[in-house]
Design a protein around this ligand. Structure first.
Ligand code: ARG
Length: 570
């Protein structure tokens, strides 16, 4: 039952004015912050203009004309021009349980997507360079968005757009040729390549001719020099071994892994199409698109003076490729905020590729803030970076230590679920746009607003159900047993689950789900502390067990959307 719809219909009948329709009313309805002001409220000032009356007068009139017999409303109040509706608690419980029962294990799922294709591009680290904690963040956000869209009925495609092209590889090739003998790449290759990268960058800074050598090497790489291609492939293979270990730990899978290099030979078409649009202009030997008419001051370079493609050209070729291959409804790029201007530029240039408008509208940069360690910013160019794999393993180890004296089998596996879950949750806890300082201790706090806390609540619900030998298919709920404050609080939170997922999808914001799970866990704790689940009255006990069961499923489904596993025990 959609209470907002019911209330809007009642109001419309009471107003009886053709200028105002049900949808308009529904858009004005709010949830009062203070529970004593009812469940749903209409701020009547929104109608003052059309009805030419004061809010208090409007509230009075509506209240006098509404008939609430045989509805789900218990009571209506008018306070200072606000009409407050109190929904029958029993009805709320009844409705929520009915809706839950329609879906059970799939609670929260929907088919809003109707099979439309959504691309989620995320992770996209640069090969031959360390996977840093910024890449960890895109991987975690992207993987969650992938699951959220899927849950809502979209056909979702996850893409890892590897940075496997550009001058940095030329630098590495030059470094490898100069000093390769000193390094054995068969062990810890990324670390060694990173060292080489630091070394060559230092040399480039000191010696302009080395930089020039690197530029020439890049040109040769672009022209597919077989020797250089061979070295490049070697770097790529080593990198993927390391990246895949991280993806495995995080439970990430990509439907497609294609690097920028794949698109490098598809840039001619981009140039031709832009040529046709008449927007491509020469500037100091380079070919560029002026974007001032789009309100963007920085032009977008399409081809450098030496004929090389750049990052942007390859991204434009990627858009063409994805339009044809996936006919996407949306194409999301989960990439740090520092590339915001860049994405504005390429999306603006994409308008000149002659594509159907829907493909341009479907492009979206999903940015996120900087993540730092307490010590300060890391940069792989200078060599002080944090190794993500070590960070993940460290979290697992710390959990294992915490659990040392607990009587649990398979501690390692459970510590992994908790440690990794903690890191994932910590990355999704705040609005993605915010900068964040990562703090391991905080992430692992079992009593804080953390992944382990939610996992713990899920495990607790499960153990309550197991102890009581609860069987959902045989359970009979008496809704009136769940109308006390702390039970109804849990019920109402569970009722909101699908709306939360939909909002998370619309704003590409997994943190809506993480915040929601914290709220549900806290409300469940409250319910658990205030009510004896196992009690003398069988009807009450069955009903409370059912609420515990609904909480359990909702927590599990919510955690799944964040890609966090639920341990057997904790
Ligand atoms: N490889 C880039 C980096 O590590 C991110 C790539 C983002 N995706 C894109 N289509 N440009 O910064």
């Amino acid at each position: 039952m959609d209470f907002e719809k019911e209330i809007s219909e009642l109001i419309i009948k009471a107003i009886d004015n053709t200028e105002i329709n049900k949808d308009e009313i529904q858009s004005y309805l709010e949830t009062p912050k203070d529970k004593t002001n009812g469940d749903i409220s209409l701020p009547c000032f929104k109608l003052s203009k059309k009805l030419k009356k004061s809010p208090v007068q409007i509230a009075d009139d509506i209240k006098n004309n509404i008939k609430i017999d045989n509805t789900n409303i218990d009571k209506i109040d008018n306070i200072n021009g606000f009409l407050n509706f109190y929904i029958s608690k029993r009805k709320v419980v009844e409705n929520t349980i009915n809706e839950f029962n329609n879906q059970k294990e799939n609670y929260g799922q929907a088919n809003i997507g109707q099979g439309r294709n959504v691309i989620v591009e995320y992770s996209s680290p640069n090969i031959a360079k360390p996977f840093h904690i910024g890449h960890l963040k895109t991987t975690i956000i992207g993987n969650s968005l992938y699951k959220i869209y899927k849950y809502l009925g979209f056909n979702t495609i996850s893409i890892n757009h590897l940075g496997d092209y550009g001058t940095q590889f030329a630098k590495l090739i030059v470094a490898y040729q100069k000093w390769g003998d000193e390094y054995d790449l068969s062990t810890k290759p990324i670390e060694k390549l990173a060292e080489l990268y630091v070394r060559i960058n230092q040399l480039c800074e000191e010696d302009e001719s080395v930089l020039e050598e690197c530029r020439n090497t890049f040109k040769k790489l672009e022209d597919k020099d077989p020797e250089y291609i061979k070295i490049w492939k070697k770097f790529k293979a080593y990198s993927l071994i390391e990246f895949n270990e991280i993806y495995k730990l995080l439970g990430v899978h990509f439907d497609s892994t294609k690097g920028e290099a794949f698109y490098a030979d598809k840039i001619d078409e981009v140039e031709e199409l832009l040529e046709k649009s008449g927007k491509l202009i020469e500037s100091n030997g380079a070919r560029i698109i002026d974007l001032s008419s789009e309100g963007i001051d920085t032009p977008c370079i399409i081809k450098k003076a030496n004929g090389s493609s750049i990052y942007a050209t390859r991204d434009l070729a990627t858009i063409l490729y994805r339009v044809r291959k996936y006919d996407y409804y949306k194409s999301l790029y989960v990439v740090g905020n520092e590339q915001s201007l860049y994405f504005k530029q390429i999306f603006a240039v994409a308008k000149y590729l002659g594509l159907d408008k829907k493909y341009i509208n479907g492009l979206e940069h999903v940015g996120y803030g900087m993540i730092r360690l307490p010590e300060g910013k890391m940069s792989s160019r200078k060599g002080n970076f944090i190794k993500v794999k070590e960070l993940l393993n460290d979290a697992v180890e710390k959990v294992q230590n915490i659990m040392e004296d607990r009587d649990i089998e398979d501690k390692r596996e459970i510590a992994k679920q908790i440690g990794i879950g903690a890191i994932i949750f910590d990355n999704l806890k705040e609005s993605r746009i915010k900068d964040q300082v990562f703090d391991m201790k905080e992430a692992l706090n079992f009593n804080g607003e953390t992944g382990p806390y939610i996992q713990y609540t899920a495990v607790r619900t499960k153990s309550v159900l197991e102890k009581a030998k609860f069987n959902p298919s045989k359970s009979e709920v008496d809704c009136s047993c769940l109308t006390d404050d702390s039970s109804i609080d849990v019920v109402k939170t569970i009722a909101r689950f699908q709306n939360v997922i939909v909002s998370a999808m619309k704003k590409n914001e997994p943190s809506y789900i993480s915040r929601y799970l914290i709220e549900l866990s806290k409300k469940f704790s409250n319910f658990y502390n205030n009510n004896k689940i196992i009690c003398d009255d069988p009807k009450t006990q069955e009903s409370r067990l059912y609420l515990t069961y609904m909480t359990n499923i909702t927590l599990i489904n919510g955690l799944n959307l964040l890609s966090i596993e639920v341990p057997e025990k904790m």
